[in-house]
Ligand binder design. Structure first.
Ligand SMILES: *Cc1c(COP(=O)(O)O)cnc(C)c1O
Length: 362
């Protein structure tokens, strides 16, 4: 993987001088490759969800329903509050972009953990927002006190990526209480996989905006759907920006399948149970091979071993058709991030890792 250096044309806005673009995990075309590098679900949506979506799909020569009323209604039924508290987006990444536009400009800089989702830093660059990196403890956990009194909009992934470590709802509430005049954008991309959601805190705190996605636990990465949930005021502000940037941001197919998935939500819960079981299986298997594995509440684990350099392990697995994610960032350069897949995929991965390590040590 190579970092694309920007050769500026004379037309580029000078603000982007030295810009380091966000690097998504590689997405190979070949069907033979086992993708454990982008945290997708290994499970397709259920037959029932797909059938529901097919029956709902409006003619594609028409714009999608711009207000996404039915989807917002269903989200409100499932997670509480009212439909005016929800705003769907083209993935939660899009909503994060709108949240930066709405809540991070001008006087208010942004703060996020020193090890976190790469998009937070690249969006700060895109929006010209000053960013403070909140230090983590040596074990990658976040002390809530580190988030107190920074005077900035806070952006936290919970569980954090790529560590998988989560704060409890009570700890998040301490952050909200310590910063009543700062907004906390809480990215719950990995909701439903073990960590407590903080949506219930919205009843008591107006300085919280929660983002969730259908890309991970909800099997819909390819169609792009996410949502924001917050006070009616915050949602109206985000919606005003959405209407002014991309009013048809959620396409008709994504809306239809999103509804179908909520219609058959038991199958999402069942898939999440399987992922959590496979996560425990993967963790135990890696530990048996001499890895230390952070206790994850997401559909990936971050793991390191003294037995082999992490970048090399990533390359060796790649040569055998298994993609995992290595980050060159110094704090986590000893680790790889591995997406939790099916039981059979995890067995194949562990067998390959065992073989690679044994051969290297022979
Ligand atoms: C995957 C991910 C997202 C969202 O991705 P979308 O596909 O744009 O919804 C957001 N935050 C984190 C931490 C993620 O890992």
């Amino acid at each position: 993987m190579c970092v694309g250096f920007f050769r500026m044309s004379r037309f580029l806005n000078p603000r982007f001088e030295g810009f380091a673009p966000y690097l998504p995990g590689v997405q190979p075309k070949s069907g033979d490759v086992l993708r454990l590098n982008t945290n997708e679900s290994p499970f397709p949506p259920s037959e029932r969800a797909l059938a529901f979506a097919a029956a709902q799909l409006p003619p594609c020569n028409r714009y999608p329903e711009l207000r996404a009323g039915a989807l917002r209604e269903k989200l409100a039924k499932l997670y509480g509050l009212g439909r005016e508290n929800y705003l769907p987006g083209n993935g939660s990444g899009e909503l994060l972009h709108y949240a930066y536009l709405a809540f991070c400009g001008g006087r208010t800089g942004v703060a996020f953990p020193s090890v976190s989702y790469g998009l937070y830093a690249s969006l700060a660059q895109v929006h010209g927002v000053d960013a403070y990196r909140i230090p983590l403890r040596a074990d990658f956990t976040l002390a809530p006190e580190e988030c107190f009194g920074l005077g900035r909009t806070l952006v936290l992934a919970n569980p954090n990526a790529p560590t998988g470590l989560a704060l409890s709802r009570a700890e998040i509430e301490r952050v909200l209480e310590a910063n009543p005049d700062q907004l906390l954008i809480l990215d719950e991309a990995y909701a439903e996989l073990g960590a407590e959601s903080c949506i219930p805190l919205l009843k008591r705190h107006d300085n919280l905006l929660v983002l969730q996605t259908f890309s991970k636990a909800r099997s819909m990465a390819g169609l792009r759907l996410g949502f924001a949930v917050g006070s009616e005021e915050l949602i109206a502000e985000l919606n005003a920006i959405r209407l002014s940037v991309n009013p048809a941001n959620v396409n008709a197919a994504a809306l239809a399948l999103g509804l179908g998935i909520l219609e058959d939500y038991d199958s999402v819960r069942e898939n999440c149970r399987a992922i959590m079981e496979n996560r425990a299986f993967l963790t135990a298997g890696l530990e048996a091979l001499g890895f230390r594995v952070l206790p994850s509440e997401a559909n990936f684990v971050l793991a390191a071993t003294e037995r082999m350099d992490a970048a090399r392990l990533c390359r060796e697995l790649g040569a055998r058709g298994i993609l995992i994610r290595h980050y060159s960032q110094a704090e986590i350069a000893d680790y790889n991030r591995i997406t939790v897949g099916t039981r059979a995929q995890m067995e194949r991965l562990l067998t390959e890792i065992g073989g690679i390590l044994a051969r290297a040590e022979a």
